[in-house]
Design a protein around this ligand. Sequence first.
Ligand SMILES: O=CN(O)CCNC(=O)c1cccc(Cl)c1Cl
Ligand code: NI
Length: 183
Amino acid sequence: MLTMNDVVKEGHPVLREKALEVKLPPSTEEIDTLKKMMDFLKNSQTPEIAEKYDLRPGVGIAAPQINVSKRMIAVLAEDSKGKVYDFGLFNPRIVSHSVEKSYLQSGEGCLSVDRAVPGYVPRYARITVKGTDIEGNEVNLRLRGFPAIVFQHEIDHLNGVMFYDHIDKVDPFKVPENSTAIG
Ligand SMILES: O=CN(O)CCNC(=O)c1cccc(Cl)c1Cl
Ligand code: NI
């Protein structure tokens, strides 16, 4: 199982690389890695297991965070209506997005960043994501709210972008133009 020892921290060059597309169909090893990433999120959100293995809770994880520079992400997050988004995707890409932005009132955090970085992270309010799931099916997801934010945080990791890259350096809590607060 994946633990915090497998997570690379900021300063590691892999977090600033553009991850490589996964050649489809995925190899057994790539499928196993994506399964491990999905299991990590579940474990990290299960108090007994998180406590036992000292896991920091996460709603998403990207392969570069475990030093695998491949375009693979996992998300386990709920929207405001309690709908659970439980996905592992190969080669996820944002194919369209709203002009309108959104941001989490509480800001964002990252398993690869062992410090709080306060400030609003402007994201697209609504996105359409295409990718391939663990069974090899093409998925087309129309996302908004918290899940949309999480998917953008993970896809950023595949492009070497960290959440704090988006925070305004002069005024971290400046409300982004044409945006809606979440949470
Ligand atoms: O890349 C994934 N992580 O670093 C996992 C830890 N961060 C979170 O769970 C988290 C927390 C708040 C907002 C967002 Cl958007 C995310 Cl993603
Ligand atoms: Ni992160």
